[in-house]
Design a protein around this ligand. Structure first.
Ligand SMILES: Nc1ncnc2c1ncn2[C@@H]1O[C@H](COP(=O)(O)OP(=O)(O)OP(=O)(O)O)[C@@H](O)[C@H]1O
Length: 467
């Protein structure tokens, strides 16, 4: 997903993306109800914040378990992240519970986590979802005595039949992704870092993903289960999301066309997930790589945001800082131009990328389509021009039907996209506001769509559309 048009440093954006032809027949899609909530877990403890941002939950990731140092962090409630397992059986039951995950569980997990005492935090940090060992895997448990391990290398090797190609489900900038089943029956995605990640540069990115994943838990975020270092191997285990990426669905690679109802639900799921990241503690998390190929879908088309490889903790609001200065990273076509120009990263860069995603959902096109004529190549620019010229309807994904409900949603979603794509960050809405606007769009959409199904209402719908 990452490689062809990813940005590292100041590289020029690639324009290699192209559209994919409609290869499948059209059929209606199922929809689902929305149940996620946004929580603002706030701490006023500056020590906790500083400790977390400097070291993170995974202070011991890729380093041997220890630690003298970590006792310093033991005072910080921020380190008692919900997904830091204290023992194998807890890891297993966490995973099982996670299959039925809901946001109230996330809340209670965090509450339980916050109530943990320092000594428990200490032992959790030692286990740390992460094992560093130069011994053979079967000896790990014995070697480490009562420091319990969430996953052993044996379990990973067994789950993937020694990383058999038949278990491979994907390949990304990070490495190879396998589907596997752990000893307790949980089906997981096992991400095996490619060897080049072992050098310091990309290793930092890898650790960044782990640190970030370890801290968050939300229905619409891919759940992190644990990580493992074993000799030359670095493994991250996350929730397996079975239904491909949003981009694949927009390209009709899964057989069905995503109808607009499903697209609205997905936009709302993503808005919930990113709002959660932005509102998570006083130190928001900025995803930095919101894009359709990082949105994984469940069987019932629930969206889960993946790939925290670039995620950064935002500036501390209490210190008065409003942005993080950083090397530009992200994906061409989704990158906030203001961030590109200034290197100043804020949550509003995610909002910009979300605006591009909204355009993608409406048009079905990729953000950059090199094969199109010049004025259509940058999809967001082309769409916004059409919208401003009063011709939004011509941007609707040709696979979608033009009807009252779709036409109304199209206009409203593009209006929101226009705000998200504002050149200056202060003119963009917050991600929370995006979610609220989308709720309202979905409500109106459903009312019109429902009315349309009632006999004798077609005239009324037409008039709604014409308003
Ligand atoms: N949790 C998961 N569940 C199911 N499939 C997954 C999961 N994570 C990744 N995949 C599959 O593996 C492929 C590669 O994913 P991966 O996250 O490694 O790519 P990446 O290079 O990190 O992504 P990006 O290009 O966005 O950085 C995805 O396209 C997806 O099909």
């Amino acid at each position: 997903m990452k490689s062809p048009n990813h940005f590292f440093g100041r590289r020029t954006p690639s324009t290699a993306a192209s559209s994919t032809p409609d290869r499948f027949s059209h059929s209606p899609c199922s929809s689902y109800s929305d149940a996620s909530t946004v929580r603002n877990k706030s701490t006023k403890n500056p020590v906790a914040l500083a400790a977390r941002s400097v070291a993170g939950v995974f202070v011991s990731c890729f380093t041997p378990p220890e630690s003298e140092k970590s006792t310093t962090f033991g005072d910080s409630e921020e380190f008692k992240a919900p997904s830091v397992f204290s023992d194998t059986s807890r890891a297993s039951s966490e995973r099982r519970r996670s299959s039925n995950s809901n946001t109230s569980r996330a809340g209670s997990e965090r509450r339980r986590s916050s109530n943990s005492n320092t000594s428990r935090a200490g032992s959790e940090r030692r286990s740390s979802n992460f094992v560093s060992s130069s011994h053979n895997s079967s000896s790990q448990s014995r070697e480490l005595g009562n420091v319990n391990i969430p996953f052993t290398m044996d379990e990973i090797l067994k789950a993937t039949r020694n990383f058999s190609p038949s278990f491979k489900i994907g390949q990304g900038g990070f490495g190879t992704v396998y589907k596997g089943r752990l000893g307790d029956g949980t089906t997981v995605a096992i991400k095996r870092a490619k060897k080049s990640l072992y050098d310091n540069h990309l290793g930092v990115e890898f650790q960044s993903e782990i640190k970030t994943l370890a801290q968050v838990e939300h229905l619409n975020l891919v759940k992190y289960y644990g990580c493992l270092e074993y000799q030359q191997e670095r493994i991250v285990v996350v929730e397996y999301v079975p239904n491909g990426t949003l981009r694949e669905h927009l390209d009709c690679l899964h057989g069905n066309i995503l109808d607009l109802a499903a697209r609205l639900d997905i936009a709302i799921d993503v808005a919930h997930a990113v709002t959660y990241l932005h509102m998570y503690t006083d130190h928001p998390i900025i995803h930095r790589d919101i894009k359709s190929s990082n949105i994984l879908l469940t069987e019932n088309l629930r969206a889960k945001v993946a790939d925290f490889g670039f995620a950064r903790l935002a500036a501390d609001a209490e210190s008065g800082a409003t942005h993080v200065s950083t090397q530009v990273k992200g994906t061409a076509g989704y990158l906030d131009p203001e961030y590109l120009r200034t290197y100043q990263l804020t949550e509003k860069s995610d909002v910009y990328s979300f605006g591009v995603l909204l355009v993608e959902l409406i048009t079905g096109r990729r953000p950059i389509e090199a094969k199109r004529e010049l004025k259509e190549r940058v999809t967001a620019k082309w769409t916004m021009k059409k919208f401003n010229d009063g011709d939004a309807i011509s941007t609707l994904d040709p696979r979608l039907e033009q009807n009252a409900a779709n036409n109304l949603a199209l206009e409203k979603v593009l209006e929101l996209a226009l705000q998200c794509l504002a050149p200056h960050k202060q003119n963009r809405p917050s991600m929370r506001r995006c979610a609220e606007i989308l709720w309202s769009i979905r409500k109106d959409y459903r009312e019109i769509a429902d009315a349309r199904l009632l006999p004798g209402h077609s005239q009324k719908i037409t008039s709604v559309r014409e308003k």
